[in-house]
Design a protein around this ligand. Sequence first.
Ligand code: PLP
Length: 394
Amino acid sequence: MSDQPSSYRPGRHFLQIPGPTNVPDRILRAMDRPTIDHRGPEFAALGLECLEGIKAVFQTTSGQVFIYPASGTGGWEAAIVNTLSPGDHVLMFETGHFSTLWRVVADRFGLVVDYVAGDWRHGIDPAVVERKLAADSGHAIKAVMCVHSETSTGVASRIGEVRAAMNKVGHPALLMVDAVSSLASMDLRHDEWQIDVTVAGSQKGLMLPPGLSFNAVSAKALAASKQARLPRAFWSWDDMIPQNRNGFFPYTPATNLLYGLREAIQMIVREEGLPNIFRRHARHAEAARRAVRGWGLELVCLEPREYSNAVTAVLLPDGINEAAFRQVVLKEYDLSLGAGLSKLAGRVFRIGHLGSFNDLMLCGTLCGVEMGLAKFGVPHRKGGVAAALEYLSS
Ligand code: PLP
């Protein structure tokens, strides 16, 4: 017998970062097909099915959804270049790493960003939205741009209340929402909240590999795009519209990801159903938070009304390095946890509990964290997993 270390890891890897998420075997099988002619009749049927079917996931009937072969960042850019002009004023909110990155995109296109400072532990304050817009009597602000679920902090902003604040003061700005980590895991109502552009990606609640991004677009945003003067080529909605009408795209689409998307829509809309999906995510998120409290650790999110049901961000005690902790968890238990991002690097790890996920996957994840806390010598209480189990089985 040799005592050579094993280069094979038996069992399944636990991918519990908040996206990319676990891709169900069923979706992998759906994509495992020959790539077809993207100008042919078979593709047209697939394209139409995806373009029409995805609307229900955004809870829109009046909106139009554009699908790009891109990541979420491309969706951000598409939202901006199709609706705005150089020098336009926009209102954005510092909720965390991703709002900061979206702001950088806005800056690079020459927008004038009023970036409302935040502590990365709270969501957008609808009262601030109301105050800022009420003060803008000349309607210089052309868009209010919000991240729904801030994946870096586990804080979710109350978009319905942001919309109510905009309506209360009768301000005509567009409402743009990043739903990259909330779509198909948390209630996101494109029509009811009168969102003008909802940005999303394939690799989170939709349970697909990375590679697709989305703009769900209102009639008001489409009208704005006719006047907007930022240059656009790849992202142009105008180029998409005539092609999409027949199920086609202006350039080579991500054909095999669209096979996967068709399967995901079937699973989300017709089999599990959005209300069940939202309840499942809420239940798993609550169990994860109970585990964190059971360990005596602190959640990044300070406002219970703003808990994200997609991801839980956890502060480690002073002196404990998050990256080194996650490294031990990966090595010992084959469990990937989310890193602390930018300002939170070194201090915060994140548990992703979105997408294709069930009770036992959550239990395994929380067990991996609890064993990792002990192994790495993080000061904590036992009993986090027990608290989660009690909640899940009650
Ligand atoms: N917005 C949010 C909320 C995200 O979580 C992410 C990525 O995790 C992005 C935007 C950027 O998306 P991508 O990395 O796919 O470009």
